[in-house]
Ligand binder design. Structure first.
Ligand SMILES: [Zn+2]
Length: 185
């Protein structure tokens, strides 16, 4: 859990380092607000993907299951700024499937940490592959990184796309998921 007092002190120090008056009206409660927010943004460290993926039900078919447009917001570990966007998940079950809301919970588990997009993408794919044991899974992530767009390094709205494949998944399924990338937000 976040050491709130320590986080508050650090934020107070950060504000002072920017030459601002920590005691002025608009800023005096900011350290406490930021500490509370950081606890929420990193709640994923105390949540378990294995648990969300443990409530499965039997499914004898092997149709592709696709959950698209799962919104997320995470925190870039290089700049402590948000990156946000969508995750698309497709898997071919091997006897068991999971409630669709559980996939969104798994995304939250890994998004609510200090992250890199590539690692979050890999962790989601690994968790599904390990705990749900499908024949194959593909996870695509498209995100806008505010550490880039807020500074003007990249234009707002420009996104970074990554994807990870585990197990056996057809080219057709990969094509299907990748065709969703760049859809309207
Ligand atoms: Zn960054």
């Amino acid at each position: 859990m976040v050491d709130k007092q320590r986080a508050e002190n650090a934020v107070r120090e950060l504000i002072a380092a920017m030459g601002e008056d920590v005691e002025r009206e608009g800023l005096k409660d900011t350290p406490e607000r930021v500490a509370r927010m950081l606890a929420e943004l990193t709640a994923g460290y105390h949540d378990s993907a294995a648990e969300h993926l443990s409530k499965t039900f039997e499914e004898s078919g092997s149709a592709l299951v696709l959950e698209r447009d799962i919104s997320f917001s995470s925190t870039c570990e290089h700049h402590l700024m948000p990156f946000f966007g969508k995750v698309h998940i497709a898997y071919v079950p091997s006897g068991k499937v999971v409630g669709l809301s559980k996939l969104a919970r798994v995304v939250e588990v890994f998004a609510r940490r200090l992250q890199l997009q590539e690692r979050m993408n890999a962790e989601i794919a690994d968790a599904i592959f390990r705990h749900l044991a499908p024949r194959g899974v593909i996870v695509a992530v498209e995100a806008e990184h505010t550490c880039m767009t807020a500074r003007g390094v990249k234009k707002p709205g420009s996104s970074t796309v990554t994807y990870a494949v585990r197990g056996e998944i057809s080219e057709q399924a990969i094509g299907l998921v990748m065709s969703l990338v760049g859809g309207k937000r």
